[in-house]
Unconditional design. Sequence first.
Lengths: 427, 457
Amino acid sequence: MTAVAVTGTRVPSATSRRLLAAGTLVAFGLIDIFVFGLLGHKGDAAFAFSIQGAKVTIPTVHVPARPVSYALGIVSVLIGVGRGLVAAKPGLKRLSIGLVLLFFIISLLLWSDSGSWVSGIPINVVVLLQTTLATSIPLILGALAGCMGERAGVINIAIEGQLLLGAFMAAIVASAVGTLWLGLISGALGGALVGLVLAAFAVRFLVDQIILGVVLNLLISGLTGFFYDRLMVPNANLYNNGPTFGTWKIPGLGDIPILGPILFDSTIFLYLTYAAIILVQIGLFNTRFGLRVRAVGEHPTAADTVGIRVLGIRYRNLVLGGILAGIGGAYLTIGSVGTFNKDMSSGLGYIALAAMIFGRWTPLGGTLAALLFGFTSQLGTFLGSINVPISPYILGMAPYVATIIAVAGLVGRVRAPAADGKPYVRA
Amino acid sequence: VTQDASGGPPEPQPHEPELPGGAPELPADAEGSPQPTGAATAAPAPDRGPFRGLDRAVWEAISQGSSTVVTILAIFLALVIGGLLIAFSDPTVLHAWSTFFSHPGSAISAAWQSVAAAYSAMFEGAIFNPHTISAAFHGGSFGAIFYPLSQTTFQATPLILTGLSVALAFRAGLFNIGAASQWIGGAIVATYLGFAISLPVVLHAIVCLIGGFAGGAVMGWLVGALKARTGAHEVIVTIMLNYVMYDLLNYLLGTPKALQQPGQSNLITPNIHTSAQLPHVGGPPPQVGLGFLIALAAAAGVWWLLARSTTGFEFRTVGANPSAARSAGMSVLRVWVLVMVLAGGLAGLSGAVTTQGFYHSLNTLSYGTYGITGITVALLGRARPLGVVLAALLFGALDTGGTVMQAATSVPVDITEVLQGLIVLFVAAPLFIRAVFRLRAARAGGGMEAVAKGWNG
């Protein structure tokens, strides 16, 4: 039934999809040319590549803003037109999207740093990327959690709730006990608990998984809000005054110019994220465990026939994914600000979900998409901080609009694991 | 009315044959054979159980868990869990339980008192407060007796409309998480029309309502069109649009020429003209906002659309089986766009009614949680118009009572969100309710059909 049903409603043809993607790329190029080029200011933009106290300093680079925007825009338009004329291979498609986005961002930065509102302060690329990585941690871990569930055939909309409960548990335990590690573990357990409940209701009680996720998010928002008002507000010093993890520079690696400060001078959370990406990617695609998971996600009946425990794998994957998302949530409190606030996950879980879809249900793809969204939101903050004459609210929309464009214009109809979202009942 | 609202023409589902009162025709040993999902009267086995006739029907409904019974048990279980949360987060109760082994009685009574105080404050705030009766006999106003119920209908009004929005989309197989964005779209247009133009009394209010519907409809159209044209999944698009609209509202509220009240630095619009406001029907306290009546009319309209019109039949067919709908010559894409336009319009109308009827201006927090609660209302109401109205009244009562409870007992109002979440979670999981209450799991049904489609659907 599924094959027929899917093709029955699949209307956008390959050609119209290609033209849509091409149109999107051309539109980005035109913005480069006309908005950032034509409406931009004369003069140079400056990019700095070192942070204070670095062992090796790299000179600041000055770039003429308008000519470079024109050039990048023209190249983008050409790439778009090319995409419209020829059907490209998947690798080439991704490359074209990546290049056009990169050019767009460079043009935007050139425009913002050459404007009259900046008094010649260079854009520090290293700091921008450092903060991007930090803000992406919950997004990446959330996307990995989504991957774990959906590859086994269970849709996980409750990433948002997992982040929120992880943040709450980490804050309250770290604050009450005073031990950061216990906070981290509790955060992970909070995420795992949501994963377990999700699994129980989705796998055992066959509840519609999208509905279930939304309801769990609502429930967790209510629960954490309830305990926030009931416990944390009256006893803020005891329950919501947690310590935070400091940064730890990896000896040697952390001193590499440019890359060192970006990649190897952060909190334990970033290193855990690296480990999680590698483990999930290899685990899903290079091990017997992963083969079984994917079999369960694509064709549970067949998997069951050869003796794979379908339900067991679904339970396990959701709990493991929950641990990851819980750590991502813990980052929000004990990894950065220390204190918990009502609904502080503020939609990050949903963006992580979109990142996973944008990344086509692969850990690496999801990670890249999460980084893109993290960068977009960090860029908004950054532009606001240099007084670019755009309302902070408009800048704040950027990651969400980017997600819509990504899902609609560039990805379009996606192909999830075949059994994703369908409860398995042995016939 | 229940039957009409839930039934209409036969659902386009293959497993639901026409079996009017089918129970008597079935052989007595048909317990294990496939049976139609539906009312609780379909159970055979005349000799089982101690009951006969109507009694037996009632007993069968309870023991097998019809959808009404599951709903009631879900609400009960949610209240029990909520009560445990209230009791065991109360310092007084915790202190009493620390001496449980020496004074078990006082520990239990402390817990009971804590829960009883919270829930009775909630009930008095939402439904009826006994003190108002004695007060009325001692010179107070009789109207005050109805004050809580009036408040409940106020709270329920926007929820009915956002609930209908989500429910309508559900019936066509789409999950509209974006009622919040559509609410904001509608509220922005209605409020702007309300203070920026001048029109005669009745006309002005109508123009604003239409504007609100249109504002929400545009947001809904965006979702439907993106899904139809590019295949972008509506769940992602609607969630993202919510956040976009939160920011857009803030932006417009902070822009003097757009929505911001002149001479204000706060993010708030001017009050709408009196001519655009929706009056209340009835005197003070026993009163109902005109908005509530509009919401009821909208529910009737949605019922007519789904149950009696060709368009509604197409909606339900697409929702049940898109490829069958396509084979039958219906345009699935057109249905997606149209249903999202209507759903968006309903949510937009919610924004218009809330602004015109109650607050008369917009600020950064006006949208509240109407959108997300609309989802739970639609789910609890099983995506049927009458069910949505009842569910919205229940949740309106919880919201009203919750505020009163927080003031009276210092139990945080967030407990209502917990209760709402638990109720819907349990309603969505009839198998869980059956397992908890040891009901016979004789057949599927009593729960919700799978309404939301996965990413591939």
